[in-house]
Design a protein around this ligand. Sequence first.
Ligand code: PLP
Length: 375
Amino acid sequence: MNSKRIFLSTPTMHGEEMGYIKEAFEKNWIAPLGFNCDGFEQELAAYLSGEGDPLYALSLSSGTAALHLGVKLAGVKRGEKVLCSDMTFSATVNPVTYEGGIPVFIDAERDSWNMDPEALEEAFRKHPEARVVMLAHLYGTPAKMDELLDVCRRHNAVLIEDAAEALSAAYHGQKCGTFGDYNAISFNGNKIITTSGGGMLLTVSKEARDKAFFWATQSRDPAPWYQHSEIGYNYRMSNVLAGIGRGQLLHLEEHRDRKEAIYRRYEKAFADLPVAMNPVLPDTRANFWLSCLLIDEGAGDPMALMEKLAAENIEARPIWKPMHMQPVFAHCDFVSTAPAPVNEDIFRRGLCLPSDIKMTPEEQDRVIDLIRSSF
Ligand SMILES: Cc1ncc(COP(=O)(O)O)c(C=O)c1O
């Protein structure tokens, strides 16, 4: 095995990032606050809100921190049930438990692989006391927002939107990361743009943003000495890393388009195979963060395919294992209205394919040829 490794999704830097970092060094703003944090917040908020309601942004050490502060802003209390996406990374759900909340997992629908509005409605019927929904857009594919928002409104629910994987994706022209009362983006190294590690909380409420800032900076009361009336966190983003984010933001749309080109090439190359690509709803704009395969029932084993690719130095990954199948969440309720859980089926038959935007067409052909030869 001597061919160059092909990765799932790695950082792609362009050069402008260094300009912002250099300025931070020159001005000695090597701190978890400063002009790059402020600039990154304003630039991302402006990008996401567009012509819509202005957004207030807070740059943080991770997407998980943004979700945690969202859960705190939603006022989740110990023992409170929170209705959560089921097929997602555990970071969507962990912050619910940091506050003592109890996740109730909601199955997905097959049209976007995201939270099923019918199952959400059923979950509100089963748990009428629930008042917070935690929704993730899987792999950068927008969920059925009209239907989900309708269910949330009818039940007066607070929506926390986990758009960690979905920056630049949009549903009916509105960008993911702007639908929730509290919205989270991740800049982890594998995301569509990165700060190596980092996150952003976005909300239309200035008051909420200010409260989140207070918690993220150790909850320091406005007193002349160090005084604390609440427990705080050290969650702020470094001014150096925010500089990387500002440089990356200049290339976000280009990254998205390159991700889509990868997806379209796979889609075309596999058109005659017993497989389907991860679906995208009409009138939505996915960011195609990861291209995924769903193998027809009985036509092949995704784990065997993953091993075959690994043997050729190609990185593929399983679909996120649904949260209701995780040992740590075995005690939590799972709600589905499908004849059999959709998420278990997608997990069993799905595989995430290399979606790195530095992958050349020749390298992608290596992936395609190997996959084609497996059917
Ligand atoms: C859906 C989802 N939610 C939350 C996170 C957490 O983001 P972070 O790694 O920045 O904490 C990630 C990715 O890591 C994710 O994929």
